[in-house]
Design a protein around this ligand. Structure first.
Ligand code: SF4
Length: 272
């Protein structure tokens, strides 16, 4: 069983990438479980045709863990992808990873933490305080950093690389960096910049996802791109990402950059 996690700055398009990746893996015949961990709890929404599924944290809050059954937290979406939303804290209240840990524990107890691939879609901002939990507890074994060429996105990706480097020294954690995914904003020099960033942190850019109107159109229709426009170029990009992820055996301990190195790198590839 592959346990992969997509990490990156809030708003970078992790959920869209995760949902389309899961859909492509599902279409390829794999048994996929996608777990969203984000206070917005919208990771799996397009796989579920726009439905907001109940979050584990809300159910645990309402009824306590003992009463919950698999059918109440695991929902089957497009291409047979099993969908779970961990949920998050009330606004202004920290979660410190409680949501995702409660989710892992519950799914383990229910025997639902299974499949060919588990895709974790994890909020990579440090705001919620528990974002390293899946890595620390050994659930996020192969981490993919999702970034664009924008400095703040690279900054977040670099911070996550720092967390992986730190955690990889612990015996309990088995996380490593599997690659960098460029979810492009279509800025000039972006592909080269992200490729070089990946190289400098001891990894590789495994996919370049161009910005495409098809993604917005699919979202308006409450579907993944894979379902809404299966013949589109964008669907082919996600299919190729799925093939890369399936075949990927690369795992490295990242070498994160210092802030001024990161800024110099961005400057080098950004025409002024
Ligand atoms: S720590 Fe994890 S479970 Fe808690 S709000 Fe943040 S992303 Fe969600």
């Amino acid at each position: 069983m592959k346990q992969i996690a997509l990490y990156g700055k809030g708003g970078i398009g992790k959920s869209t990438t995760s949902a389309n990746l899961s859909a492509a893996l599902g279409e390829a015949g794999l048994d996929v479980l996608q777990i969203g961990c984000d206070p917005k709890h919208d990771s799996t929404r397009m796989l579920m045709h726009g439905a907001w599924i109940p979050t584990v944290l809300d159910l645990v809050r309402e009824r306590g863990e003992g009463e919950i059954t698999t059918d109440e937290v695991v929902f089957t979406g497009y291409a047979g992808v099993r969908c779970v939303e961990a949920g998050g804290p009330e606004p202004g209240i920290g979660c410190a990873g409680r949501g995702i840990i409660a989710t892992f524990q519950l799914l383990e107890r229910l025997g639902a933490l299974k499949g060919d691939v588990i895709v974790y879609d994890v909020l990579g901002d440090v705001v919620c305080g528990g974002f390293a939990m899946p890595m620390r507890e050994g659930y996020a074994q192969e981490v993919y950093l999702v970034t664009s060429g924008e400095l703040m996105a690279l900054y977040a990706a670099n911070n996550i690389a720092k967390a992986i480097a730190r955690l990889s020294q612990r015996s309990r954690s088995s996380c490593s960096l599997a690659g960098v995914i460029c979810n492009a904003k279509n800025t000039e020099g972006e592909e080269e910049l992200v490729r070089e960033f990946a190289r400098r942190i001891n990894s590789e850019m495994v996919a370049y996802i161009p910005r495409s109107r098809t993604v917005q159109l699919a979202e308006i229709h409450r579907q993944t791109v894979m379902e809404y426009a299966p013949e589109s170029e964008q669907a082919a990009v996600y299919r190729s990402l799925a093939a890369q992820v399936t075949a990927n055996t690369r795992s490295s301990i990242p070498t994160p950059l210092e802030m001024d190195e990161l800024e110099d790198l961005a400057l080098q590839f950004t025409p002024v």
